[in-house]
Design a binder for this molecule. Structure first.
Ligand SMILES: O=C(O)C[C@@H](Cc1ccccc1)[C@H](O)SCc1ccccc1
Ligand SMILES: [Zn+2]
Length: 173
């Protein structure tokens, strides 16, 4: 299980680098990320969240009790997003206990390389579409709070800072 970065952190605001070759190191990274995601638990995870600035995301939006449906996406790109919007309360493993309604295209189509380096295309709607867009945002240094008004974002980031201050033992003490 890899440590997940908590915002604010420079890696979370940086544009991640494309993967040049899908090799064993990248395949190991996707497995480590899936293990970390399931442990959190979450339905998605982007490499910058574990302090690796590479365009790699993993997701599994299967419901409890359903068979897992893990996706490993390398260099994912949105080919198409629907005009039709959808609003859903989002959270983020890098913004613990922060939730807000975010409006995004309800459906999307993504192209990516799978763990064998094969080009795949996937059309998604519902939670899967939201998750894909939320994770690709991470690769571009965008957090879900960046889709909110400055007022709301600042309020939520102050709440996060206060919450995190309360947690970390003061080294000096
Ligand atoms: O931090 C992340 O990127 C993982 C998020 C992805 C996500 C956020 C909002 C909506 C869809 C996906 C985590 O999965 S947040 C935890 C969670 C768990 C179940 C359902 C929704 C969010
Ligand atoms: Zn997130």
């Amino acid at each position: 299980v890899l440590p997940i970065l908590i915002a604010p952190h420079p890696t979370l605001k940086r544009r991640a680098d494309p993967v040049q070759e899908v090799d064993d190191e990248i395949r190991q990274l996707t497995e480590d990320m899936l293990e970390t995601m399931y442990d959190a638990p979450g339905v998605g995870l982007a490499a910058p969240q574990v302090d690796i600035s590479k365009r790699v995301i993993v997701l599994d939006c299967a419901n409890e009790g359903e068979a897992p449906q893990p996706y490993r996406m390398i260099n994912p790109e949105l080919l198409w997003t629907s005009e039709q919007p959808d609003t859903r309360e989002e959270g983020c493993l890098s913004l613990p206990e922060i939730y807000a309604d975010v409006t995004r295209p309800a459906a999307c189509k993504v192209a990516y390389l799978d763990e064998q380096g094969q080009r795949q295309e996937l059309e998604a709607e519902g939670l899967l579409a939201v998750c894909i867009q939320h994770e690709i945002d991470h690769l571009d240094g965008v957090l879900f709070v960046d889709h909110l008004s400055a007022l709301k974002r600042n309020m939520l980031m102050r709440k996060l800072a206060k919450q995190q201050a309360g947690k970390k033992p003061n080294k000096k003490a």
